[in-house]
Design a binder for this molecule. Structure first.
Ligand SMILES: Nc1ncnc2c1ncn2[C@@H]1O[C@H](COP(=O)(O)OP(=O)(O)OP(=O)(O)O)[C@@H](O)[C@H]1O
Length: 249
């Protein structure tokens, strides 16, 4: 199988006056199409830095990133965002507050087009957006609501829908349920899993929730001090207990 993403010898160094620190220290990782990879690790292990390097938000010091065999290491964020989408932890970061739910969905659907062309087709897209949210009690009847009026859980659900509406080649979830209350977090995690499986998306998901890490995905890696210290496939992951996992923290 041709890998979707290949990270080769990724190093990110922070230069300090007295001491240089490798926050990514020779990371090698291959992700195949339809992989749902869960990423665990202590605070400061380098998880977000790894996602930053994949999206181009923060460039590597050395190493290479290949997407579908193409070297994207030097590509800018805008170019990569055609193929890669990301949902952050903060419900305020993914949506435009002064726009309605439908307008936000349309912007996401027409990402990559010139701005003036993006909002013209609102009316004709409404049935599709209605269908998208029809089974989601949290957003039902909210298409014309301004995003700033939504709860954190509703905004985060919208951010997730915006991230998948164009079917990204790679979906990056950066603790996207961590800021939500337990029930809302569970609902969004279940929706996430359902959509990833239905649409056969390839996904990397950072979480600190050990039970989510064990329950979801077909592969699990643990990062520590910028290195991958554990990489398990589905069968190995299924044998794990929470206390096995805790040893790595
Ligand atoms: N621009 C920067 N300058 C200096 N240090 C940085 C910079 N960016 C990240 N770091 C450091 O690099 C390390 C890795 O940070 P990163 O945010 O990737 O960790 P993380 O695994 O995502 O942590 P968390 O679970 O807390 O989100 C941390 O020690 C952080 O302080």
């Amino acid at each position: 199988m041709k890998p979707l993403l290949k990270i080769k010898h990724a190093v990110k160094t922070i230069y300090n006056d007295d001491d240089n620190l490798n926050i990514l220290n020779d990371i090698n990782l291959t992700i195949n199409p339809k992989d749902f990879l869960v990423v665990l690790g202590t605070n400061g292990a380098g998880k977000s830095t790894l996602l930053d390097a994949i999206t181009g938000t923060n460039k590597l010091t050395s190493g290479q990133i290949l997407l579908n065999g193409d070297d994207i290491t030097g590509e800018n964020l805008a170019k990569r965002s055609r193929h890669i989408s990301r949902v952050y932890q903060d419900p305020k970061s993914g949506t435009a507050p002064r726009m309605t739910v439908a307008e936000n969905l349309l912007l996401a659907k027409r990402r990559g087009l010139p701005r003036r062309l993006r909002l013209r087709k609102l009316k004709e897209n409404m049935p599709e957006f209605q269908k998208l949210i029809s089974n989601l009690p949290t957003l039902d009847n909210r298409l014309n609501t301004f995003t700033e009026k939504l709860s954190g859980g509703q905004r985060q659900t919208l951010s997730f829908l915006m991230a998948i509406i164009q079917r990204p080649e790679l979906l990056l979830l950066d603790e996207h349920t961590a800021a939500l209350d337990p029930q809302t977090s569970k609902d969004l995690m279940e929706l996430t899993n359902k959509i990833i499986l239905e649409k056969e998306l390839t996904c990397m998901m950072i979480t600190h929730d050990l039970s989510d890490a064990m329950k979801y995905g077909n592969r699990l890696i643990v990062l520590k001090k910028g290195e991958i210290i554990l990489d398990l496939n589905k069968a190995e992951k299924d044998k794990l207990t929470e206390s096995d996992l805790l040893q790595y923290f």
